[in-house]
Write a protein that binds this ligand. Structure first.
Ligand code: GRF
Length: 182
């Protein structure tokens, strides 16, 4: 199974997907980022993976940017497109082209807290449980069919930082496993 991984930031999920590649049944054939400063670019290099960098700020519209992404994907024809901290909303055009092939990981127990600042929102609401969700991407933000969800308990002394760390640790474990079982 060939996959392409999209990221925008630190890339801990990318790193874990790459580290587990040999023991699981997928192959990362390329990575993609919209952020020329993302740490995941170096992670890709360390694993000898070609990383396509396309700065969205150089495009007039989301559609034009996504058309370029589509050309890139068509050349590679991956089985799945894995979003791992990719911080751009995909246009309907791209979602339709790659229907049921784009997977995302979102740091909340969806349908709770789609969008940004999920750890802060869970803390402010006084939630006892928080977690992460792996789901298919549809044109509704963070609302596609759920593939896997896992929760953690929020401790009284948890902060945004501690939750970020705990959730990423959990994601780094379950994302590669889940991809492998697609
Ligand atoms: C993760 O928490 C993921 O759920 C969210 O963005 C974060 C990416 O982290 N979509 P990293 O770049 O993989 O470290």
């Amino acid at each position: 199974m060939n996959i392409v991984v999209f990221f925008s930031g630190t890339g801990t999920n990318l790193q874990s997907i790459l580290q587990n590649e040999k023991k699981l049944n997928y192959k990362v054939i390329s990575t993609f980022t919209n952020n020329p400063d993302a740490s995941g670019i170096d992670i890709s290099k360390n694993f000898n993976i070609d990383c396509k960098i396309l700065d969205h700020k150089k495009f007039d519209s989301r559609e034009k940017f996504d058309e370029e992404i589509n050309i890139y994907l068509q050349k590679l024809n991956p089985d799945y497109v894995i979003l791992a901290g990719y911080m751009r909303i995909l246009s309907n055009f791209l979602v339709e082209k790659w229907k049921q092939k784009i997977i995302n990981i979102h740091p909340s127990l969806l349908p709770k807290y789609p969008g940004l600042n999920t750890h802060e929102r869970a803390l402010l609401a006084g939630d006892k449980l928080h977690g992460t969700t792996i789901h298919y991407v549809t044109s509704d933000l963070d609302a596609g069919p759920i593939i896997r969800q896992q929760s953690i308990e929020i401790e009284p002394d948890d902060t945004i930082e501690s939750l970020t760390e705990k959730i990423k640790k959990l994601e780094n474990k379950i994302y590669p496993e889940t991809i492998s079982n697609l």
